[in-house]
Design a protein. Sequence first.
Length: 344
Amino acid sequence: MTNPLHIYHTLLSRGFAGSERSTAESCNTQCKDHQVTLVLRKDHRKNGRSITDHLDSRVTVKTISHHILPHLKLSKLVKEDKPDVIHTHLRRSTRIVSKLKTHAAKIATLHIKINGKCFLQMDGLVCNAQWQVETIPSNYTGKYHKANNSLSPHRRLSDAEILTLRNSLNIGRDDIFIGGVGRYHPSKAWDTLISAFKQLPNYSDAKLHIFGCGNQEEPLRKLAGDDHRIKLAGYRNDIKDLYQTFDILACPSRFDPLPRAILEAMDAGTPVIASNAGGCKELINDYGGQLFECDNIENLALKLARWLKNKPARHRPDLSAHYLEKTNTAMIDFYRQLIAEKRH
C-alpha cells in the first residue's frame, strides 16, 4: 500500500449547507486511509448547525480566529503539522492559503467559480462541472482536475416508511408532492418556483414544500401568500429520506455550480425539473429530467402543468461515477500528482 498522506482541509464558512456537506464527505472518506485535519473558524456554528456534527471521529478539527490575523495562525499550524496537501474550500480560506509559504501542495475546489485571483495562485484546482473547466484562464500555470460531484447512495425506504413520512407532512397518498431543497437565497430562485406554482390554481392535489433556511424566508412567505398548498418547511436533517417522498424535485436556480440536490434526488429515483443555468443543465443532460428557461415563470408553469397532468415515472439513473469511493480515489491520485511535482 502507498504511504498515507497528511491532508489538510480548510473551510472558513459558518453553518452547514452544500459546501460544508461536500467537505465533510471528503474528510470522512479520506480519514479511513489517511491523516486528515480540518481547519475551521472558531465561530463555525450558525443557527445551531456546524460541519463538526457530521464528521468522523478520526478527523482532527482545529480552529483559528477569523478576525485576528488568521493567516498567521494557519501558517503556524501548517509549520507544526507539515501536511502533504492543503485543500481549500470557498474563497476565504483559499485567499489565506494562497499566500502561505509551504512545501505542501495547495489545491482549491471551485464550489462556486474562480471569484478571486487567489484561486489562480494555487497549485491545483478541482472543478465539479464542465463549465468551470471552461472558465479557467489560459495563463493558469497549475493543474486542474475535473471531478464528479460526490454522492453517498442512500438506503431505500420501504413503501410504509415513505407513506408515514408523507403523512407526517400532511401529504396524501394521491397528492403530487413537489419538493425544493436549498438555502432561502436569491440565487436559488425560489420566488420563480412559487410564482410559477401559483399560476396553477386548479391542481388542488399538488403540494409544494421548500426545505431550507436563509434570509429570504420572510419575502418568500409573503410571495406564497394564502396559497395553502405552499409551505416553507425549514431545515431537515433527514432530507435524504425526504427525497424519496417527493414525486418531483424542482431546482429553479439562477446560479448553481452543480446542484447536490439534483444528484441526491436522482439517487432517490425522483424525477427532476431544473433551470438551464450552470450545472443544472449539465446534470439533466447527463442523467435525464426536464429543463426550463432560467427565470421564465411562464415556461416553468407550463412544464409543471404537463407533469402535474401526467405524473412522471420514478427515474433512477446510474450515478456510480459520482460514488464517493470512485471520486475519492481520483482525488487522492490528483493530490499525489501535485505533491510529486511540488517536490521536484
